[in-house]
Write a protein that binds this ligand. Structure first.
Ligand SMILES: [Zn+2]
Length: 208
């Protein structure tokens, strides 16, 4: 997935809902986004790298189910927004129980909010608050890439009928992303194919 000017990003597709877990690598440092399951396997695949931080874009179980094992294996701190931290820790509140598996993340070590910068090696990514799919959804934007979790997908957008969903808030978030993400940005969603902001601006009905 590495292209000129963009960071090295590895992708793991994990869990029953085929969640995209992304790993940004800079030198021997790694940032893991959304380890939804298979935390021990992800840690093993990253052996030799120093995992500096584990970030969840939101608290749904399919995005946090691997955090505990990954944290245990790597010692890396876990970060999420304040608004989704409780949900991440409770399978009854993060839709995982309803989907037939229980995902309970550990308590966060760091709380993320709009304007914070998440860094890995020499790279920084800005936190953008993205309420709608859940109240505490965030995106990470920088270096020609945006990690959008379940806010925006190739040709579609996040559901708002799961725990914490709000269609009006999602609409406002999408309009905000439309105005703030550069068109040549690689969009890496929580499920499905990667896309670019220009492709979504041209063809995604949720951005009209
Ligand atoms: Zn979700």
């Amino acid at each position: 997935m590495a292209e000129a000017g963009r960071p090295q990003v590895r992708q793991f597709v994990v869990g029953p809902l085929e969640t995209n877990c992304y790993v940004v690598i800079d030198g021997d440092k790694a940032l893991v986004v959304d380890p939804g399951a298979n935390g021990a396997d992800i840690a093993a695949a990253l052996s030799g790298l120093d995992v500096e931080l584990i970030v969840a874009t939101h608290g749904h179980g399919d995005h946090v189910g691997g955090v505990a094992a990954l944290k245990q294996a790597t010692g890396a701190p876990f970060a999420i927004s304040a608004a989704d931290a409780g949900r991440a820790q409770s399978a009854a509140d993060n839709s995982s129980h309803d989907f037939g598996y229980d995902a309970n993340a550990p308590a966060p070590d760091r709380l993320l909010a709009e304007g914070d910068v998440v860094s890995v090696g020499g790279l920084g990514f800005s936190v953008i608050d993205c309420p709608g799919h859940t109240p505490g959804g965030i995106a990470l934007y920088g270096n020609g890439v945006v990690f959008v979790g379940d806010t925006l997908f190739a040709g579609s957008a996040g559901r708002t009928d799961l725990d914490g969903g709000d269609a009006g808030a999602l609409r406002r978030t999408l309009m905000r992303l439309k105005g703030s993400i550069a068109p040549d940005t690689l969009v890496l969603p929580g499920h499905g194919e990667a896309t670019t902001m220009s492709a979504e601006l041209a063809g995604n009905p949720y951005l009209r």
